[in-house]
Ligand binder design. Structure first.
Ligand code: AMP
Ligand code: ZN
Ligand code: FE
Ligand code: FE
Length: 278
């Protein structure tokens, strides 16, 4: 039986593993196929492709775009995207600039509460690619302001907390459109965070093709709930661990894995899309 983990971050976003290390880890976990889905960046894909070829792992090029709708964040995964498209890279660079500004305003808000972080240290932690709250949380923990990453999110930078800053660039419709233009499949990530299933029908109207039913925070009942929704709406089913290397205390890769036949269904759909039949 072959398995796949279709939600993995590298150190080009807020994971801690290099693209090469992700591929090695995938082999160690016995996975036949993975997707790299960094937040708003695709720089990891090329180096990962090279390593994947060497180690005989199938790599699906992906991305996780952050969109915003009223008061909620919507993460849209894109699979089989044309990750080399020049317009897309430019767009991602603009998005990453907004991320940088947002990080600065989060740091400023923390500072007002007496949590003084060194901006350069946070940017060093983020490295090349996209900066996000997990980088800030790690420095907060390193500097002893919080005892854990969870505490940083719960008390300060999680949604609804005093230092939370929204400021993202895309609406869900724009994110789905971008993936569509890249001939990729748009999939709703960790649907439990949406907290409102009714939005899913709207997203389908906008071009959503799949839903991430298998996810570490989904218990059996939740997973079954989203599988039923997928069936009701004719959505493809995906799943993955959302592994951030050691960025979330524990290596999650392979803890959530899906049977390879689901990947085959995704591939079929992506091929139809690319050949213009859909
Ligand atoms: P950002 O893209 O900057 O909004 O950060 C989003 C990322 O922060 C998510 O993908 C997770 O990696 C991380 N994150 C969000 N909430 C939590 C939490 N409660 N605990 C740990 N990490 C979190
Ligand atoms: Zn993340
Ligand atoms: Fe996400
Ligand atoms: Fe993720």
């Amino acid at each position: 039986m072959k398995y796949a983990d279709l939600h993995i971050h590298t150190n080009f976003s807020d994971g801690t593993f290099s693209p090469q290390r992700v591929i090695e880890q995938a082999r160690g976990a016995g996975l036949a196929c993975i997707a790299i889905t960094d937040h708003d960046t695709v720089y990891a894909i090329e180096p990962a492709m090279q390593e994947a070829e060497k180690l005989g792992i199938e790599l699906i090029p992906g991305v996780e775009l952050t969109a915003e709708l009223d008061d909620c964040e919507v993460h849209i995964l894109g699979y089989f995207i044309d990750w080399q498209a020049e317009w897309f890279r430019k767009k991602l660079e603009q998005i990453c600039d907004v991320r940088k500004k947002r990080a600065l305003s989060i740091i400023e808000k923390l500072g007002a509460l007496g949590i003084k972080l060194d901006v350069d240290e946070v940017m060093r932690e983020a490295g090349f690619g996209s900066v996000g709250r997990l980088h800030i949380a790690r420095i907060m923990q390193k500097e002893g302001f919080v005892g854990s990453i969870q505490e940083a999110f719960r008390k300060y930078i999680g949604r609804g907390c005093p230092c939370y800053v929204k400021r993202f660039r895309l609406t869900p419709g724009e994110a789905i459109d971008m993936i569509h233009r890249l001939k990729g499949l748009a999939v709703l990530a960790h649907p439990y965070t949406l907290g409102n299933d009714e939005l899913i029908a709207d997203f389908i109207q906008l071009g959503l093709r799949g839903i991430e039913a298998y996810y570490p925070e989904h218990n059996k009942a939740k997973t079954e709930h989203y599988l039923r929704l997928a069936e009701k709406y004719g959505l493809l089913v995906t799943g993955g661990s959302d592994c951030h290397g050691l960025g979330k205390d524990r290596i999650l890769m392979g803890e959530v894995k899906i049977p390879y036949n689901l990947v085959e269904l995704l591939k079929k759909e992506a091929e139809l899309l690319k050949s213009g039949q859909k």
